[in-house]
Design a protein around this ligand. Structure first.
Ligand code: MRU
Length: 348
């Protein structure tokens, strides 16, 4: 797989996901504002990838700060962090990564500014490397939930594209495939931005993992016909009680899975678990441009001009519908997360 995000010769290079699957193009962000804009415009998307990109945005922004004393430098970097944090509200990995960069900066207070700048680049690279390792660990821990010969449904894109590499939900699927299991993936197309059709189908085809694309409204019928044995999705934020925010439509899949007795798993690293947020009701849900609903790619209208539109980008699946949360440390019941991950509460 081509890298989702990387630090390349002093720029943040992103695979422009808004152009997939028809064009594989890279976007070089030369300042932190361009990084924030790329996050806002879904050129990079998926909770862990957003976190890694924001961390690199902080490092990039810090490089451009001219201050020579720590307090002035820290103030300017704080403003850069605020700008990046305002790009999208739901995925907690964004805030987790920015908070980690700020903590790193504070530990370097006594160092010369050029050294702090270099260390911030290193920290963002460490976040990227850790993200890939976390995904691989989730794959190892979770692959057994998909049996040989089974068909697994996934929603949105929680793959290599949504992370620094390998993926969360698709990491689990990839690991099962790498173990030699003959599995098949059903990818929901994921209206309105089509992450399933454009990204998951593309990513799995790149790796030659068998995939069939369906529209979102077909999942229930396939479940009823016994064509799906397990569901695995990603998450943007998991509250302390185990409620899961993920791409809009995830809740419908979870309810359908429950109605048909199909296990429903969520794969996510510790950086997605937000113990500071008590329940799903407290998770901010992003509302996006109505054009995403009324047109394809903003240019081909599919609805009458002027129609009222509601376009929440995420929904919350109550913990009771989640069979298990696959993490880098093992699979847990949603209600057990607070006990297990208490020490790594994402700050900020
Ligand atoms: O709006 P997006 O494309 O950023 O939404 C992405 C999702 O909802 C993913 O399922 C989630 O971030 C998990 S990615 C490993």
């Amino acid at each position: 797989m081509v890298p989702t995000v990387e630090w390349k010769d002093g720029v943040v290079r992103l695979l422009d996901q808004s152009r997939l699957p028809t064009q594989v193009e890279f976007l070089d962000c030369r300042d932190y504002r361009a990084v924030a804009q790329a996050i806002r415009e879904l050129k990079v998307r998926g909770a862990p990838a957003i976190g890694v990109t924001a961390a690199m945005g902080v490092a990039l922004g810090a490089h451009g700060v001219a201050a020579s004393d720590y307090d002035a430098f820290a103030k300017a970097v704080g403003e850069i962090c605020d700008h990046l944090a305002a790009s999208r509200p739901t995925a907690v990995n964004l805030f987790w990564a920015i908070a980690r960069m700020k903590r790193k900066m504070a530990t370097l207070k006594t160092q010369p500014i050029p050294q702090i700048k270099a260390e911030l680049v290193r920290e963002s690279q460490a976040i990227l490397d850790e993200d890939i390792a976390l995904c691989k660990a989730m794959g190892t821990e979770g692959a057994h939930v998909i049996g040989d010969g089974q068909t697994v449904l996934t929603h949105c894109n929680a793959g290599a594209l949504a992370t620094a590499g390998y993926g969360t939900a698709l990491g689990v699927i990839r690991a099962a495939w790498e173990q030699g299991k003959k599995i098949h993936v059903i990818a929901d197309e994921t209206r309105p931005v089509l992450q399933g059709a454009r990204l998951t189908a593309w990513e799995l085809m790149q790796d030659k993992i068998p995939v069939t694309l369906i529209t979102d409204n077909m999942a229930g019928s396939l479940m009823r016909q016994g064509k799906i044995q397990v569901c695995v999705v990603g998450a943007d934020r998991i509250a302390a009680n185990g409620d899961v925010a993920n791409k809009i439509g995830t809740y419908s899949v979870a309810v359908l899975a429950r109605a048909h007795g199909i296990p429903f798993y969520v794969a996510a690293p510790y950086s997605t678990i937000d113990l500071a947020t008590k329940t799903g009701a407290d998770i901010p849900i992003e509302e996006r441009n109505p054009l995403e609903v009324t047109s394809i790619h903003g240019s081909h209208p599919v609805a009458p001009e002027g129609v009222a539109v509601y376009n929440p980008a995420f929904d919350v699946t109550p913990a009771e519908f989640v069979t298990g949360i696959i993490t880098e440390r093992g699979i847990f019941k949603p209600g057990d997360l607070a006990g297990v991950f208490g020490a790594e509460r994402p700050a900020g």
